[in-house]
Write a protein that binds this ligand. Structure first.
Ligand code: HEM
Length: 474
């Protein structure tokens, strides 16, 4: 006989106030850590409320995977994310639902498939060479590097190159760059999405005026990418049959009869790609550089692997990238301990049942992605940074990741909305780590207060204020 279904209201959860619920216990930048503490207290399934918004929180890996796989029919991105993103011009694949999402997904997948990424490799090398020159200048001047903002210049340039065929070179620019606008707009988007209250529309407030200025600058940049791509298609009409990148493919699709796609969709996806490709990859890299600075033995092994493979060369070939097994393991271990998407929020698109809990249509579901992969039930010595666990060597030392590891740690999500940028991200990350270890010695990675790096959630989970000091390889 089946066990009786449980209602969300019957689950445990933190006590809250009338009207506000738990809103005063949570600030958006710490939502993930607060929710992780609640999970330690109330278990893998609990409930909480931010104003009128009621959440079912899930930390059990199997139940998380079942929600992520049941899309788009059973679950979807929240209506609020969809609406606010569209209002702010980010209405692309990430925030769309239903038929609108379905129409865009294959096109984006094609733009990021391994064959495209392979063809892009020479440009990736060019962008990485520029980035290395920036760090050489910093090393020679004895200057500290603001790690995240430098890495974001790199990831924005890479994404624009691959997705839009545009060489924007923010790495070598001293002018106001796209990434500085994204930095302001993304936290605002995130705050609005999570706010327990509806936002008052007061355009005269200085913060709103400032946000409008950044959004306008981004709109101009996006129009520029689209205009350049249209010019390429006009100059070379054969490209219409064989678009070279995502933006060309989107324009061709938009122009074809009955596509159902609009100019707004194309622009929304351009911004979405910048958004989705920038913070995620840069922050994962920042976490990896930070964790390796705190684990000198792992850093030594990664350096040895890179230098052994590359010899005197400063950047790897495509073939060598595939051989960086230890660096790859460091990446997996970083994403296990510091997933830049520690929460994924979905909304039930119909009445559902998850792990015996009835989830009514419209209810919000907060998936906690870190508790399972940092739980001793799944990984031995789970809180520690052991890249070896992802390698054969892990078997000898008894800390090998279990065969279910990839089903428990899901840094790129899962199911039909799995991150389409993951191949690009992994290649970028290995490229930067190889560039770093081949050309430099890391002198220090400092935090603002000298303690452990703090986590702040601004759509993605970033380490706060890391500063890197390098010297050129001896
Ligand atoms: C380390 C780097 C990255 C991480 C950890 C990451 C993680 C994620 C996660 C967790 C999701 C949500 C998946 C889900 O709902 O199941 C996602 C979606 C997405 N990512 Fe990434 N991502 C990374 C890099 C990138 C890059 C480089 C791009 C493109 C330039 C990208 C584009 C997207 C897009 C467009 C979506 C929305 C997919 C959809 O809703 O259908 N990501 N990513």
């Amino acid at each position: 006989m089946n066990a009786p279904l449980c209602e969300i209201a019957e689950l445990p959860g933190p006590p809250g106030l009338p009207v506000l619920g738990n809103a005063l216990q949570v600030s958006p930048v710490r939502l993930h850590t607060v929710a992780e503490k609640w999970r330690a207290q109330y278990g893998d399934f609990f409930r909480f409320r931010l104003g009128s918004r009621r959440f079912l929180a899930i930390a059990d890996a199997e139940a998380i995977a079942s929600v992520l796989r049941d899309r788009p029919e059973g679950f979807q991105r929240t209506e609020r994310l969809e609406r606010i993103s569209r209002e702010m011009g980010f209405g692309g694949l990430f925030s769309s639902n239903g038929a609108h999402w379905k129409r865009q997904r294959p096109m984006v997948m094609a733009g990021f498939d391994p064959a495209h990424i392979k063809a892009y490799f020479p440009t990736l090398v060019k962008v990485t060479e520029r980035f290395a020159r920036r760090w050489v200048r910093a090393a020679e001047a004895g200057r500290e590097i603001e790690l995240q903002s430098d890495l974001m210049r790199y990831t924005v340039d890479v994404t624009a190159g691959l997705a839009f065929g545009a060489d924007i070179n923010t790495i070598e620019s001293d002018r106001e760059v796209i990434q500085q606008h994204l930095d302001k707009v993304l936290p605002a988007l995130f705050k609005r999405v999570l706010s327990p209250f509806p936002e008052l529309k007061l355009p005269f407030l200085p913060a709103r005026r400032e946000r409008a200025r950044h959004l306008e600058a981004l709109r101009v940049a996006v129009e520029g990418f689209i205009a350049q791509a249209r010019a390429r298609l006009e100059a070379n009409p054969t490209l219409r049959a064989d678009p070279q990148n995502l933006i060309e493919a989107m324009i061709v699709a938009r122009d074809s009869e009955g596509s159902g796609l609009t100019d707004e969709d194309v622009a929304g996806n351009v911004l979405t790609m910048l958004l989705a490709g920038e913070d995620t990859t840069a922050n994962t890299l920042a976490w990896m550089i930070y964790l390796l600075s705190r684990h000198p033995e792992a850093a030594r092994r990664a350096t040895e692997e890179v230098r052994g493979l590359l010899g005197e060369a400063r950047l790897p070939t495509l073939e060598q990238i595939g051989k960086l097994a230890y660096v790859d393991a460091c990446m997996n271990e970083t994403m296990r301990l510091k997933p830049v998407a520690p929460i994924i929020v979905n909304q039930a698109a119909r009445d559902s049942v998850v792990a015996g809990i009835r989830v009514p249509k419209g209810h919000l579901v907060l998936l906690l992605m870190r508790p399972a992969p940092t739980d001793e039930r799944h990984f031995r010595d789970a809180a520690a940074f052991h890249p070896e666990r992802w390698l054969e060597a892990g078997k000898e030392s008894g800390i090998a990741a279990p065969s279910s590891a990839k089903r428990v740690a899901m840094p790129f999500g899962a199911g039909p909305r799995l991150c389409p940028g993951r191949y690009l991200a992994m290649q970028e990350m290995k490229m930067v780590m190889a560039m770093l270890f081949a050309g430099f010695d890391v002198a220090s990675v400092e935090t603002p207060d000298g303690g452990e790096a703090r986590e702040a959630l601004h759509l993605t989970m970033a380490p706060v204020g890391l500063r890197l000091k390098l010297s050129r390889r001896k």
